[in-house]
Write a protein that binds this ligand. Structure first.
Ligand code: GDP
Ligand code: MG
Length: 310
C-alpha cells in the first residue's frame, strides 16, 4: 500500500520495527468484532481514512514499541446493515489485495460453508500473507475438532493456522503475535497518540453528506463537504453530532439552508435517522452551513476530509 510521506513518523524505533495493514475478513458472525474488540479494547482506536482514491477505511490502529498494525475495515465487522454497506463491500474487495496480512476468521464450531469458500477464493495469487484463525474453539464438540480444522485448513493455502476463542480470549495473544511477525519491516505510519474517534466521525460525515446530496440532487452538485466538528457520547447513551456542511459559493449556502431553513431541517432529520440506525442509539444532529471558497481545489482542506493525497 502506498503511504503518504506526510504520515511517516519515525521516532527512535528499533531496527526490526514492523508495520502494515491487516484485513480481518470472514463471513458474518464468525467473531470479527469480538476479536478486534479484544485486541483494541472496547473503544476502537481509529484513525482517519487513508487519503487515497480507493478510500480504504481504517478501522483501528495498534501501536506498540515494536510494531504498528493498521486494521483495514471490511464489511460486516462493525455494522452489517447500513447504507454504506455497498461501499464497504467494495472496500473489502480492495482491502484484501491491499493488505500486508489477511486474517481469515472462520467459525470452527461448524464445517466451512459456501460463504467461507467464496472468501477463500479471493486469496488466490495474493502477495500478502494469509493467516487462518479458527474461532469459537470453546464450543466445538471434541469429536468435531479434527474434521472442522482440517476442512477449514483446506479452503486455501494458508501461511499459518491458529485456533482461538475470541470470546474467552484463548490464544488471542498468540494470534496477534503471529500477525505481527508476518508484517513487513517498516516505520510507524501514525503518531502513537493518534487514538481517537476519527472513524466514527468519518462515518457520521458520510451519512450526513449522503442525505445532503440526496435532497439537493442536481442543485449543488458535489460541492458539498461535511466535516464532523463534535462527536460526543452523552450520559444517557445518546450521541451528539455537530457538523459543518461546506459549500463552495455563498449562492449555494442559501440553497442548502432553504426557505426558512426548511432544506437544512430535512437533511438534518434524515441524517439523524441514518445516524441512529448506524450507531444504534439516539442521536442529536446540529448542522452548520459554511462557505469555503473552491474547497475542491484546496489540498489542505481535502486532506482534512481524508480525500486527497496518497
Ligand atoms: P462478526 O459478525 O464476525 O463481527 O461476529 P461477532 O464478533 O459479532 O460475533 C458473532 C457472535 O459470535 C456473537 O454472539 C459473539 O458473542 C459470538 N462469538 C464470537 N467469538 C466467539 C467465541 O470465541 N466463542 C463463542 N462461543 N462465541 C463467540
Ligand atoms: Mg461484527
Amino acid at each position: 500500500m502506498e503511504i503518504d510521506s506526510n504520515l511517516l513518523f519515525q521516532d527512535d524505533l528499533p531496527a526490526n520495527h514492523r508495520s502494515g495493514f491487516v484485513a480481518i475478513v470472514g463471513k458474518p458472525n464468525v467473531g470479527k468484532s469480538t476479536l478486534l474488540n479484544a485486541w483494541l479494547g472496547i473503544k476502537l482506536a481509529a484513525v482517519s481514512p487513508k487519503p487515497q482514491t480507493t478510500r480504504n477505511r481504517f478501522l483501528g490502529i495498534m501501536t506498540r514499541p515494536d510494531a504498528q498494525v493498521i486494521f483495514i475495515d471490511t464489511p460486516g465487522i462493525h455494522h452489517p446493515r447500513t447504507k454504506l454497506g455497498e461501499h464497504m463491500v467494495r472496500a473489502a474487495r480492495q482491502a484484501i489485495p491491499d493488505a500486508d496480512v489477511v486474517l481469515f476468521l472462520v467459525d470452527g464450531s461448524e464445517p466451512p460453508r459456501r460463504a467461507d469458500r467464496e472468501i477463500a477464493a479471493m486469496f488466490k495469487g495474493l502477495s500478502g500473507q494469509v493467516i487462518l484463525a479458527i474461532n469459537k474453539m470453546d464450543i466445538v464438540a471434541i469429536e468435531a475438532i479434527e474434521a472442522n480444522v482440517k476442512a477449514h485448513s483446506a479452503l486455501a493455502e494458508f501461511d499459518e493456522t491458529v485456533c482461538i476463542s475470541a470470546m474467552r480470549g484463548d490464544n488471542c495473544d498468540e494470534l496477534l503475535e503471529t500477525v505481527m511477525s508476518r508484517l513487513p519491516l517498516g516505520p510507524r505510519y501514525y503518531p502513537e497518540d493518534q487514538l481517537s474517534d476519527q472513524h466514527e466521525r468519518f462515518v457520521a460525515a458520510e451519512l450526513i453528506r449522503e442525505q445532503a446530496l440526496r435532497h439537493l440532487q442536481q442543485e449543488v452538485p458535489h460541492a458539498i463537504a461535511v466535516v464532523v466538528d463534535e462527536f460526543k457520547e452523552r450520559d444517557n447513551n445518546s450521541l451528539y453530532v455537530s457538523a459543518n456542511v461546506f459549500v463552495e459559493k455563498s449562492s449555494q449556502k442559501g440553497i442548502v439552508i432553504g426557505r426558512k431553513g426548511s432544506m437544512l431541517k430535512r437533511i438534518g432529520q434524515d441524517a439523524r435517522a441514518e445516524l441512529e440506525a448506524f450507531f444504534e442509539r439516539p442521536v442529536y444532529v446540529d448542522l452548520w452551513v459554511k462557505v469555503r471558497k473552491d474547497w475542491r481545489r484546496d489540498d489542505r482542506f481535502l486532506q482534512e476530509l481524508g480525500y486527497s493525497g496518497g
